[in-house]
Design a binder for this molecule. Structure first.
Ligand SMILES: Cc1ncc(C[n+]2csc(CCOP(=O)(O)OP(=O)(O)O)c2C)c(N)n1
Ligand SMILES: [Mg+2]
Length: 517
């Protein structure tokens, strides 16, 4: 779990494919939910596992000679990961092992990128070989795909002719180079950009055309309802129809390299056109078409720019009020504002696994530099602990800061993750949004049964009583600096001290006590 999470973050930050080696069926299962995260996060990772030897009476070198070889022998080891990987195969001979590894990496790196799985029994690992070479450059990933000329014209014309155009995106910013390209299109036509379930910087948080963030919604988003033309660009969940959706008359266009979500059993957006393309390439094409054909109507665009700027300033003013400290309690908004101040001017790389504070982190951190924020993009908690190690290995010069729920901190095998950070010299500042429990399942219950038995008894079985000393785990396992803070007045200094420790080369874990769940 920790290794694959580290590989995941490393690949996210560096763009380079990674490899994780695990022990037969047991190690494969111990990857846990990290494979869901790698798949949904679209990260290129080659997972290799051994497999039980298949000879038992000395027929081949490497045959069974330990009791455990019988216990490890299961019928379908590759089946463990088949729902999560783009490709799985068994290495049957050493003679083409390089071709197989590079084919697996080629598939892993081709968009949508994702994990691949190879297994190899011990007899094959023991096979004597004539050394041979192969040129990895002969196995490039598939080159980025473009829109056809017709679709480019259709989308560009629709956006330029719209009264209230909107772009909704979730992960265009996984490619940080795509962000300035999106900014250019948004500015050219004065289009608002809404980030939906976003775990990266898709559009600068402080940009006047930023139209806000949404995760799980319980009320209609007015920005979405007002749009007459919507371009959904790189998104698995552009909105949640049950609670917030576009106008039925809106013209919707979807662009993604996997626009119909082949890996999901149910997915639907009522789009006029769905196109498979690399988002950076597609946005460049659309912008180019608008420019070349002088489609932007200056008067309309300027009026809209002013309106959108006013709206984003108003949203910002509300948030500024909400993040003010309240006597005696640390709210997630105030905490995130303190983190923003702490990191102002630093070259920080923030990992977010803040769960019920995802939206708060997005809104108050307002990350603006492309590539300065990452999340797993997947559904399995416990990514950030190992992720911080991978992120720091990929970007040793940056200050790595991990914002995590207390439940997520525990899911991340913190003894292992914190030890690994010491072992590999990858200090990070971990800030635990510590509400002493699982708030998310409580909110999920209330969303379905607002007056159910759990609500009436005010008992959701999500409290962590008796409390664990989470910074103590990090101290014990990783020699980290550990602190717990509950006083809003002390918080800024505690965070500053912890950051200084990290800059000195040692990890720090601060449990920030929020109102309990
Ligand atoms: C491995 C795993 N188990 C269970 C869940 C379901 N789940 C989603 S959020 C959540 C609670 C997370 O707790 P915490 O990190 O403390 O965040 P909080 O909800 O308190 O904000 C759980 C159990 C999950 N996503 N992944
Ligand atoms: Mg919690």
């Amino acid at each position: 779990m920790v290794a694959l999470s580290a590989a995941h973050a490393y690949a996210s930050v560096s763009g380079q494919p990674q490899a994780v080696l695990v022990h037969v069926d047991a190690g494969t299962q111990n990857l846990g939910g990290a494979v869901n995260n790698a798949m949904r996060g679209r990260v290129p990772v080659l997972i290799f596992a051994g497999a039980a030897p298949f000879t038992v009476t000395g027929e081949l070198p490497g045959g069974r000679n330990e009791f455990i070889h019988w216990i490890q022998d299961i019928r379908d080891q590759r089946g463990i990961l088949r729902g999560y990987v783009k490709y799985d195969n068994e290495i049957r001979t050493g003679r083409n092992v390089k071709q197989l590894v590079h084919r697996a990496l080629q598939l892993a790196r081709s968009e949508p990128a994702g994990p691949v799985y190879l297994v190899g029994p011990r007899e094959v690992m023991e096979e004597p070989l004539e050394p041979y070479t192969l040129d990895p450059a002969e196995y490039p990933p598939v080159a980025p795909a473009a829109l056809t000329a017709d679709v480019t014209r259709e989308i560009a014309t629709a956006l330029a002719g719209a009264r209230n155009p909107l772009i909704v995106t979730s992960y265009l910013g996984r490619n940080p180079d795509a962000v300035p390209v999106l900014v250019e299109l948004a500015e050219l036509l004065a289009i608002g950009v809404l980030e939906s379930a976003a775990f990266c910087v898709n559009f600068p948080g402080d940009h006047p055309l930023h139209a806000g963030y949404q995760f799980t919604t319980s009320a209609q988003n007015p920005v979405l309802a007002a749009a007459d033309v919507i371009l959904v660009l790189d998104s698995d969940v552009p909105w949640i129809h049950a609670s917030s959706r576009p106008s039925p008359d809106a013209a919707i266009y979807v662009v993604d390299i996997d626009p119909v979500k082949a890996g999901m059993s149910m997915w639907h957006v009522p789009a006029r056109r769905i196109a498979a393309a690399d988002s950076k390439v597609a946005v460049e094409q659309i912008t180019g078409f608008v420019r070349d054909n002088v489609l932007a109507e200056a008067a309309l665009v300027e009026v809209r720019r002013a309106e959108l700027t006013d709206a984003s300033l108003a949203r910002r003013a509300v948030l500024d009020r909400l993040e003010q400290p309240e006597p005696g309690v640390i709210t997630p908004r105030y905490l995130t504002a303190c983190v923003r101040e702490l990191l102002a001017g630093a070259d920080a790389l923030v990992l977010t696994e803040a769960i019920t504070s995802y939206q708060v982190v997005a809104e108050h951190l307002r990350a603006s530099r492309p590539g300065s924020l990452i999340g797993s993009g997947g559904g399995s908690l416990g990514w950030a602990g190992g992720g911080a190690v991978g992120a720091k290995l990929a970007a040793p010069e940056r200050t790595v800061v991990c914002l995590t729920g207390d439940g997520s901190f525990m899911f991340g095998v913190p003894s292992s993750a914190q030890w690994l950070a010491r072992r590999y010299g990858t200090p990070a500042l971990t800030i635990i949004y510590d509400n002493r429990g699982w708030a998310a399942p409580k909110f999920s219950t209330l969303l379905v049964h607002p007056d159910g038995a759990a609500a009436q008894a005010d008992d959701f079985h999500v409290s962590f009583q008796p409390e664990a000393d989470l910074p103590g785990v990090a101290r014990a396992a990783g020699g980290a600096y550990g602190m717990t803070v509950s006083d809003p007045g002390e918080l800024p200094q505690v965070l500053k001290d912890a950051l200084a420790v990290v800059h000195g080369g040692r990890s720090a874990v601060v449990s920030v006590q929020l109102p309990p769940v």
